[in-house]
Design a protein around this ligand. Structure first.
Ligand SMILES: C[S@@+](CC[C@H](N)C(=O)[O-])C[C@H]1O[C@@H](n2cnc3c(N)ncnc32)[C@H](O)[C@@H]1O
Length: 348
């Protein structure tokens, strides 16, 4: 078992746990995924993306990204259709869960394979990733891995040869890990997993927006493709799961738990049903980082803290905080739990 594999030894329990889909997941993160995917599909369609999608889900785990894809408004309404999907992962335990969940869907198959040497499953119109699988790779391995994936997606594609490639990684400058901003790759513990098992640390690479964009550009060129459009988004700026552990940022409030408790009083066992909004203030001294990162974090904290002083009922405040965050997602600098690139590739 590889190091990254060990980290998922008890993950099946987490992914099937009833507590995994908390309010933030259901009302905030999943709709954000849909919003961004919807926008990216429209941008890719402008370059000729086919409506019948052949999908590759990289690091598919239990198949969560496919669930989200199928519930995306464009697919739910039939503007795009799922023709075929292949999930790729190297964890047999998670693949077994995925296979049983999709046992009745003949369009979907799950294969065991390494994302750094993607097998010949293409061509694919849409390459999905969610839950930061690409962060398992060392920085130097991402570019060849993406070049291979782009080649698999586009080789044999029908004219005009268009693929939407989604690359999901951990953000370098998340508020969840300010003590790690000076490092690119560090031992990361998924200590937020809902499991009774031991969760070992696994080395993960974090990315900033410029580095990720440049890496995707070079990978596309190696694959003989062009990046016709690139959209980068920061996801979960204040509510990533490590805000519940406080493991890597001293002084960070348990923002995700507090937001969940505002939205659904009593849902977080150790928190009072009456959450004092002042507990959610973001008031951190940030370490060194590029000026634009610090400016964006300062603007975000200021908008967040201002929302806390508005005379809103708890559930309305949770919604208001969600809208504050969505205003800041578009920077794509690596400010959140994950940084997601949506690249429209065209065969050059
Ligand atoms: C945090 S999980 C995300 C799973 C799923 N995409 C989701 O959104 O729930 C990351 C996944 O990447 C997979 N993974 C890690 N390294 C991999 C590799 N080198 N090749 C293929 N899959 C890998 C893990 O087994 C795990 O299923």
């Amino acid at each position: 078992m590889s190091e990254s594999h060990d980290a998922y030894a008890t993950a099946g329990q987490h992914y099937t746990s009833s507590t995994r889909r908390d309010w933030v997941k259901r009302a905030w993160e999943e709709p954000a995924f849909h919003r961004h995917l919807e926008a990216a599909l429209a941008r890719a369609a402008a370059h000729g993306l086919r409506a019948d999608l052949d999908v590759l889900d990289i690091g598919c785990g239990t198949g969560v990204a496919l669930d989200l894809l199928l519930a995306t408004p464009s697919l739910a309404a039939g503007r795009f259709r799922l023709a075929r999907a292949t999930g790729l992962d190297l964890d047999e335990g998670l693949l077994a869960i995925a296979r049983s969940r999709y046992a009745d869907d003949a369009r979907v198959a799950f294969v065991n394979g390494d994302l750094s040497a993607a097998p010949d499953t293409g061509p694919h119109d849409l390459v999905l990733s969610s839950g930061v699988p690409f962060s398992h790779l060392t920085p130097d391995r991402l570019e060849p891995a993406l070049a291979r994936i782009a080649q698999v997606a586009l080789t044999g594609a029908q004219d005009p040869g268009v693929a939407l490639l989604i690359v999901d990684v951990l953000g370098r400058y998340s508020l969840e890990w300010t003590s790690r901003w000076d490092r690119v790759r560090w031992d990361y513990r998924m200590s937020f997993f809902a499991t009774d098992g031991v969760i070992p640390a696994t080395p993960m690479t974090t990315w900033d927006g410029a580095e990720l964009a440049a890496t995707i550009g070079r990978a596309a060129a190696t694959a003989g493709a062009e990046v016709a459009d690139l959209m980068m988004v920061d996801r979960s700026l204040a509510v990533g799961r490590h805000t519940m552990t406080g493991e890597y940022t001293p002084g960070l409030p348990r923002l995700r738990d507090l937001v969940d408790a505002l939205a659904e009083p009593g849902s977080v066992s150790e928190l009072s049903v009456d959450v004092d909004p002042a507990l959610l203030r973001i008031d951190l001294t940030l370490p060194e980082a590029p000026d634009e990162v610090l400016a964006q974090h300062a603007a975000f904290a200021s908008a967040w803290n201002a929302a806390l002083t508005e005379p809103l009922a708890p559930a309305a405040l949770a919604e208001r905080l969600r809208s504050v965050e969505s205003e800041f997602e578009g920077a794509g600098l690596g400010l959140g739990h994950s940084l997601t690139a949506f690249a429209v590739l065209t065969a050059a």
